[in-house]
Design a protein around this ligand. Structure first.
Ligand code: AQP
Length: 327
């Protein structure tokens, strides 16, 4: 039986944090069992923030090592670097020609990021390139965090538009959002999502953070007035965020954690959460270090992945070129 396809990617725009892990990478690892999966490192998207070239190279390699350390298996998953598959940019351009400017200008991520980086055309066109990344592989599902759902809606709209203008070509993919951890919030400000590019390092826990750094960041994580360990998104955003993180990493329900900590104070809960994170992240960190040491085999995995991805992507692109009248 042919397996359905799942596609997604992460930007090498900084250290990967537990939001990226829970919202995206953890799901990728689960999906590779039932889906034919294409997961990649979206280096072209990272350019929208004008990164330092050497840093971009290092972060690209380190994200590949991290994907593998988290459990992506190159025998099951096609793992590659976005810029190694030129079809992404070509289809991205073609989709731009179908996209009204207003659709791009109303994107929340564009509005947020253009405040930080200025209004760059690349940032505006980010969602059309993302639509190309996805549609080339004709996936049924795209595992993402909640912040990317708006971009996925645009992807669906563009697929529909293309299909109705030129004939059935693309599948309209659906977002696969893990509800419990759809949006891990910043530890320093639980009203905003945890983000790699946050100015304050206490905003996030990186997968590679040492035990001491994890303990320190959880200790200073913003909590709320009061002392009860209770999930309540109206009055206890900070503690609710920490409870969600505890719940997914421990596999226990929020209710059972509330029960365990009833009558106990924030300090005890935070200290246990730190130890849980140290315990769960340290095996990933060990594997990550060993993948990073073996760069040759890492590059071989990425090369094999891009060969496979190019084959699939070129097939879709050939169909697109013919339909739109390119010779
Ligand atoms: N806080 C989050 N909670 C849950 N999921 C999240 N994701 C990102 N932040 C959270 C999911 O991680 C995947 C990869 O994200 P990305 O690197 O492509 O870009 P992003 O969404 O812009 O992530 P960041 O960390 O906020 O990076 P910067 O600061 O560089 O923009 C996506 O599936 C995303 O939903």
């Amino acid at each position: 039986m042919v397996k359905p396809v799942a596609v997604s990617g992460v930007q090498p725009s900084g250290e990967i944090h537990i939001g990226n892990y829970l919202g995206a990478i953890k799901q990728f690892v689960e999906l590779q069992e039932k889906y034919q999966t294409y997961f990649f490192i979206v280096d072209l998207h990272a350019l929208t923030e004008n990164p330092d070239p050497q840093k971009l190279r290092e972060q690209t390699i380190s994200l590949a090592a991290l994907y593998l350390a988290c459990g992506l298996n190159p025998k099951k998953t096609t793992l590659f670097i976005q810029s190694h598959v030129p079809a992404h940019t070509e289809l991205g351009w073609i989709l731009n020609t179908l996209t009204p400017l207003g659709e791009l200008q109303r994107m929340t991520q564009f509005k947020d990021k253009s405040e930080k980086h200025g209004v760059l055309a690349g940032l505006l066109n980010y969602p059309t390139l993302m639509a190309a990344d996805i549609l080339l592989y004709r996936p049924e599902v795209v595992p993402v965090g909640e912040d990317q759902v708006q971009h996925l809606e645009l992807t669906r709209t563009l697929a529909r538009k293309f299909n109705s203008k030129y004939g059935k070509t693309f599948i309209e993919p659906r977002a696969l959002v893990e509800k419990d951890v759809a949006r891990v919030m910043g530890l320093d400000d639980p009203t905003k999502k945890m983000s790699k590019s946050a100015a304050n390092p206490n905003n996030y826990i990186n997968i590679s953070d040492s035990p001491d750094v994890i303990r320190k960041k959880i200790k200073v994580a913003v909590t709320d007035s009061g002392s009860e360990i209770k999930y309540d998104l109206q009055t206890k955003l900070g503690i609710s965020n920490l409870l969600s993180i505890y719940s997914v990493f421990s596999g226990n329900s929020i209710k059972s954690i509330e029960f365990k900590y009833s009558g106990k104070n924030y300090g005890i809960f935070k200290s246990d959460l730190s130890e849980l994170l140290v315990e769960k992240l340290s095996p990933i960190q060990k594997k990550y270090e060993s993948f990073l040491k073996n760069k040759k085999s890492l590059m071989k995995i990425l090369d094999d992945g891009s060969k496979k991805a190019n084959k699939t992507a070129e097939k879709t692109l050939k169909d697109v070129r013919e339909k739109i009248g390119l010779i």
